[in-house]
Design a protein around this ligand. Structure first.
Ligand code: ATP
Ligand code: FE
Length: 340
């Protein structure tokens, strides 16, 4: 099947055409970094308006590059959440319009399912189940991916997301948004042992994460004014790596999944990728991580999640809602909401 995918849940407008036999026929990603840069973070209203401006043109470009009309795709996949609700509505309504006009079915995709299944787009050998570290701008979770639409959450962050921690630490060092790539670059020239920073929750009995205290420690280190910025960046990155390795090791020991997978924007980080690859090897598990462009937001992963759902007969109606919050494992989320 040939699936058209649309992504607009944060600050990237993206469109892709992907086949269920893993061919990326065409794709576009247009970021909005310069629009948000003066504000030091994503401004939801600016993001939504930019998606309105950009998304329809990207659909036309992708279809033209593939030499087809929208009537020739098998289904339209659009991110329906979670994310900034204005942007989500723009992409979902664009998808609904295309579905209505072409008579093709709509696939309302959970953005997190896009990240979760993205490794399977480029790694045909990766079967279910696998243990997933989903580390992105809004999330840091350990999930057992048992099948399409079948997720069990083992751990999550109790405060900031991993990417959020990178972005906040980067801001403290005066680096531009998004901070992740800038921090990684700066860290390359620094000493990861130079600045003593905490490793929150390391050794605790459940595989949860916490990054807020790490951010505060970076704030104090910067305020002290005695450390080189590259040493702060390298020490911060090392602390995140240590937390991820410890927490993921615990989750691996709670799961008999034969493979470890890392996805989401933070999975683009080289230090994190190689630390988790070594962890998997040490624990006797296979390892898979998508290429960097597939870790950060894109529409190929949305089209691919659409292809996986379409193959399982999971299509949606034109009344599919846009959701600001949409957990992959609602049961675990409810338990945490109850304060457990
Ligand atoms: P979510 O997927 O949770 O809804 P999002 O879509 O905004 O959030 P992604 O696009 O998946 O998040 O990831 C963006 C995050 O990844 C940002 O916080 C960014 O700083 C971080 N990131 C990107 N590249 C790197 C890198 N090389 N090292 C560390 N972090 C990175
Ligand atoms: Fe994302």
């Amino acid at each position: 099947a040939l699936i058209l995918g649309l992504e607009s849940s944060c600050d990237d407008s993206a469109v892709a055409l992907v086949t269920s036999d893993r061919r990326i026929v065409a794709q576009r990603v247009v970021g909005q970094n310069s629009a948000h840069a003066p504000f030091g973070g994503v401004v939801p209203e600016i993001a939504a308006r930019a998606h309105v401006d950009v998304l329809p043109g990207l659909v036309a470009e992708v279809l033209e590059e593939a030499g087809i009309t929208v009537g020739e795709v098998d289904a339209i996949a659009a991110t329906a959440g979670p994310g900034l609700i204005g942007g989500v509505m723009v992409g979902l309504l664009t998808g609904k319009g295309l579905a209505l006009a072409s008579g093709k079915p709509l696939l309302a995709i959970n953005h997190l399912e896009g990240h979760a299944l993205s490794p399977r787009l480029v790694d045909p050998a990766l079967g279910f189940p696998y243990l997933l570290l989903l580390a992105s701008g809004g999330h840091c979770q350990l999930l057992e991916v048992r099948g399409v639409g079948d997720y069990r959450r083992l751990g999550t962050t109790i405060d900031d997301a991993a990417g959020e921690a990178f972005d906040k630490a980067a801001k403290l060092l005066g680096l531009p948004y998004p901070g992740g790539p800038a921090m990684e670059e700066l860290a390359a020239g620094g000493d990861p042992k130079a600045v003593p920073l905490p490793r929150p929750l390391i050794g605790s009995a459940e595989p949860h994460f916490s990054f807020a205290g790490l951010k505060s420690a970076v704030q104090r280190a910067v305020a002290a004014g005695i450390h080189r910025p590259e040493d702060v960046a390298a020490s911060f990155q090392q602390a995140v790596v240590d937390c991820m390795v410890d927490r993921t090791r615990l989750a691996l020991r709670m799961s008999d999944a034969p493979a470890l997978v890392v996805a989401g924007g933070v999975a683009a980080n080289g230090a994190i990728r190689s630390a988790l690859a070594s962890l998997a090897e040490g624990e006797g598990r296979a390892f898979s991580v998508p290429p960097g462009w597939l870790c950060t937001d894109n529409a190929a992963m949305i089209a691919w999640a659409g292809a996986e759902r379409f193959s399982s007969g999971l299509v949606d109606g034109l009344d599919a809602p846009a959701r600001a919050r949409w957990p992959l494992d609602p049961l675990a989320e409810a338990v945490r909401g109850a304060g457990v």
